[in-house]
Design a protein around this ligand. Sequence first.
Ligand code: GDP
Length: 433
Amino acid sequence: LPVVAIVGRPNVGKSTLFNRIINERLAIVEDRLGVTRDRNYAQAEWLGRKFDVIDTGGITWDDGKIEEEIRAQAEIAIDEADVIVMLTSVVNGVTDLDEKVAQLLYRTKKPVILAVNKADNPEQRANIYDFYSLGLGDPIPVSSSHGTGIGDLLDEIVSDFPHDTDQKADDVISFSMIGRPNVGKSSIVNKLLGENRVIVANEEGTTRDAVDTPFVKDGTKFRLIDTAGIRRRGKVYEKTEKYSVLRAMSAIERSDVVCLVLDASTGIREQDKHVAGYAHEAGRGIIIVVNKWDLPEKNSTSAKDFEKIIRQEFQYLDYAPILFVSAKTGQRLDQIPKMVKKVYENQNQRIQSSVLNDLLLEASKLVPTPLVKGKRLRVYYMTQVRTNPPTFVVFVNDPELMHFSYQRFLINQLRENFDFMGTPIKIIPRKRK
Ligand code: GDP
């Protein structure tokens, strides 16, 4: 999906604008899985175009100097976004900090849209002409708190989207390493791509795809998605938690399969769970990669013990296979592309409706369908409507009766009968007409 980033000095209303653009979508995802999340990255839609929005003000840290903070914001936007919205406010006119932000943005070739917030009434809207001096083109007056001007801004944003963002060569398997800082993502990537390979730094203005690395292994074409920071190390914002979550989000979007990298020497941390929650919700294939397996003292049950902890901590990822590797010694790294390929095949398989309906019949013999307030769920027919992730529509008498637990049961039946290892499965109950 195209990515839109909002940047600007403090107090111009970035998060209010962010909330306007995303509507209430975030509230819906918020309480699932019990994953706490930062409100700085969310999906939005305008005129049928879906995109992701980043509030860069929510990503950078609080204790930095303002100037460092806006620099980090601008860098994140330049690195991650397809369209950048510079937000300022009509209340104070053009400030020195506005000029600094604008200057930082001059060096990107990406489209930058200038929006002037707090233009709540006609007198204030008359003052927006001052903002031409920022050299970023026509200022668009908006009022994030009143909701005016947002439609015009969104029209402008959507018209600047690149045209090829949904294109993908379909014989190439895209995958990525995601995880918190220092778990060893870059070490794994570099080892996988060959130690001697020279990795070209991302030139300013090149497209984001240019840093994804294609390679061929055992006759299969892969694309290793760059998780931004991996090849562009050393920036201040690199090590902040919120940024690493953001980085993971953009990698997940572009991957078929994501490898969630954990660190065997530190165990599982809260931050690992945030990243895992995003990967699960995105519906991508997932492999759990436990790195630094050379470090812990081991006996014959170590892997089993660690696996048990993983299964407890990431219950919703029960479908994800686990690999124990070491980027340092190279142990089992060759299993990663093999497993990625396997998961990719699983998430793209199509099951014939006749086979699915045999399964439904068998399932109905195993467990009675739920009975709610005297009304019994009747399941008539199941058909697969898409792959990646495999998604099944189940026609029933009343979708309300299709409880989560029964969906779970059907998913388990699917997993027992077919190899869906590594991929989430979605069930959509629909009323039979
Ligand atoms: P990233 O932030 O996830 O990309 O992590 P890095 O790849 O930069 O690795 C962080 C640190 O862990 C570095 O000092 C690596 O040398 C070290 N490291 C990475 N993988 C391994 C491993 O398998 N074993 C050991 N012992 N150290 C590792």
